[in-house]
Write a protein of this length. Sequence first.
Length: 434
Amino acid sequence: MHAYLACFQPECGATYDITQVIYTCPRCGGLLEARYDGSPGEPWTLKQVFRERRMSNLPIDQSGVWRYRELFPFLDNAAHIVTLREGQTPLLDAPRAASYAGLHRFTVKHQGYNPTGSFKDNGMTCGASQAVRLGMKRVACVSTGNTSASMAAYASAAGLQPLVFIPNGNIAFGKLAQALEYGGQTLQVEANFDQILALVRRLAERLGIYLLNSVNPFRIEGQKSIVIEMLDQLDWRVPDWIVLPGGNLGNTSAIGKALRELLAWGFIDRLPRLAVVQAEGSAPFWQFMQSEHRGSFPVVEHPETLATAIKIGDPVSWPKALKEITDSGGVVERATEQEIADAKAQIGLCGIGCEPASAATLAGARKLVAAGVIDPGAEVVAILTGNVMKDPDYIYRYHTGQLVAPGQVAIQATFGNPPVVVPNDEDRIAALLG
Ligand code: F0G
């Protein structure tokens, strides 16, 4: 299939060579996406090929991203691929979370099982491979933590130099630690995510650095594999709902694009509905969808949430996300800090665990069931975006009743499980344990 870049704005429609180093449309400033002429092949045959590759020891077959490479054929040379065997993440049944949400069944697609512990690896393997193909030497991103962890790992694995920008004092320690360990030259800027993104976009242009934020269309191509692999694991049965957290809205864009393409190419026969959940203090997309006329986008100047991964007030990909929500008959919900914290503890009690932003899915699903939007019998799959160990500080504070949300609001330890200090005394411990 012939691959090219196209402006996402239908009224512009400009197209560009797939090897051009651009992130937005030079003509109108719109977002760009990778497009392909023709179809990847006969769906039944390709589904068999995807299955057979699970038996292979070839790195690109073992990768849960590149295993599906016919569905994002933007590279012309497999030698450019940098893989850490990303993807291959499990679909897990979470019965306790299901009853918490009022659902008969709740399944999670856990992207926290990725090499650097988040769904960013699905996209980064593609973004980093394109950087290699383009002959770039330095790559950069601004991040609430997970993108930088992933980018540092993939860049270092590929022999590229990773340059990480993060909001000073606002990311989970586990994520910052990863960026350092994976060799990212790390700059903590005294500004918020949205401000730093504008800065990094200018610096990338000025210094010839390749930008690996989700505005990069190849990141989006890779993140399509999250839902492709999910459907493969469901034997290509389409769930009723896919629930995911929304920050910069790159993932919503990727999941929606994948589903539209799979429908057009004959891999599935209907679209699931998307439900995007934002944190109440960082919910510009939710606010936008509430407004009747949907004029200008209501940027949140000072976004706030303890789910720092989705602490974003000016999401770059909202025009794409709007299309995906509209096309899928989807909805946008928001959840409070307390709702996110309690939902997270419930996911933990399933023996699964996730980071705070991921738990917005269960909190949102619960509200949507209560509001009658999601039917209790619906098949619901939530995308858990990050690993439980990304933000241990949050967990300790929650379980010990010390978690405080922005505005000095104390979070109740509804499902708190604090450690108990005991003397080194067998009888007293035996009495305590009963
Ligand atoms: N969940 C986690 C764990 C994330 O790290 C992010 C985004 C999201 C959800 C939201 O996804 O932006 O595609 O809507 N983290 C980015 C970062 C912004 O820098 O790591 P989105």
